[in-house]
Design a protein around this ligand. Sequence first.
Ligand code: LMR
Length: 390
Amino acid sequence: MLETLNAQPADALLALIKLHNADPRPTKIDLGVGVYRTGEGDTPVFGAIKAAERVLLETQDSKAYLGPEGDMGFVHALIPYVFGTEFDRSRVEGMQAPGGTGAVRLAVEVAARAGAKRILMGTPSWPNHAQIVAAAGLELKTFKHMTDEGTADLEALRGVLAEAAPGDVVLLHGCCHNPTGVDYTPAQWDEIAPMVAAAGVLPLIDLAYQGLGDGMEEDAYGLRKVLAAVPEALVAYSCDKNFGLYRDRVGAFYAVTGDAQALAHAMANGATIARASWSMPPDHGAAAVRLILGDAALTAQWIDELTAMRARMAEVRERLAAAQQIGPINMAPLGLQKGLFSMLPLSGEQIMALRERHGVYMAGSGRVNIAGLTTGNLESFISALRDVAA
Ligand code: LMR
């Protein structure tokens, strides 16, 4: 039977990790998968996480199963950060998920069980979004995320919402758009919220980079604005980036509705999907986050660490923008974009030339992880870019 299987292409982004690791050049630059790096090129464990892990080591008295919903202390501790301290707690419930991917998968599968037929999604988007939608058997309808001028394309969203049909879900990136770094502005969110409500579609908001854009509160602006306008919504959340827990796979799926029975049913369906998929999410990282959020000193330490990350990324963006023009590439917008990613308008040949001639690894889409640019390699990256793009 197994001989009937077809070959599958490797996931392009994950394959890049291996290609970069195998490159012996000491000057190689990894701008591929989205992990934060310090100015020295490291991805250290947050000090607040280390401290929480020490507490966990000393105090955790059992590793017995928790259940498909995972650590509900963790799930609930995030609620004020995501939804705001004023949010009506009776409208939201959640469950832990293995990373942002697990959270998106739960959200899409629950939507499908609720009768969703189609996901409306701005492109380009995180490639895994489309894969998850396909795996859940839903249709994908795309629209332009970005205008030719490099701003978020509100009119494209307006257009797709105007034609939305019953059973449509609109997938929106809460902040730090992956891969473009181009977010809707607060003024655009003010327009989006009533537009989504009027279209009667179910919003699914993916918030995977909260705190990496403008700040924890600022990065939740759009999500909160939409949630204030609509009767129901789904949220996929990731702590992989803002707590640096990547490989520990820490995420959460939330449903929002004023209908208590629908809320309970959304969770019950999420639980059965989780049970059939991974049974229970991994505990360790979520427990560490719960400990941090339950301790004022650790919370302050985490926020300081997150603030330092953001400041470093802003500095890199400033230096990239200062390069102004590299061949036909206008670098100025990179200074205004948010989060880990931006896209450079490079051809496949130029991306390969960067890799082969200069050891610069970036996604085939031209997406760069700007945190991969360090004090040591930023100038060489700009020279490499001049070499291939000029
Ligand atoms: C990325 O886009 O690089 C990250 O979200 C990691 C991933 O899982 O793709």
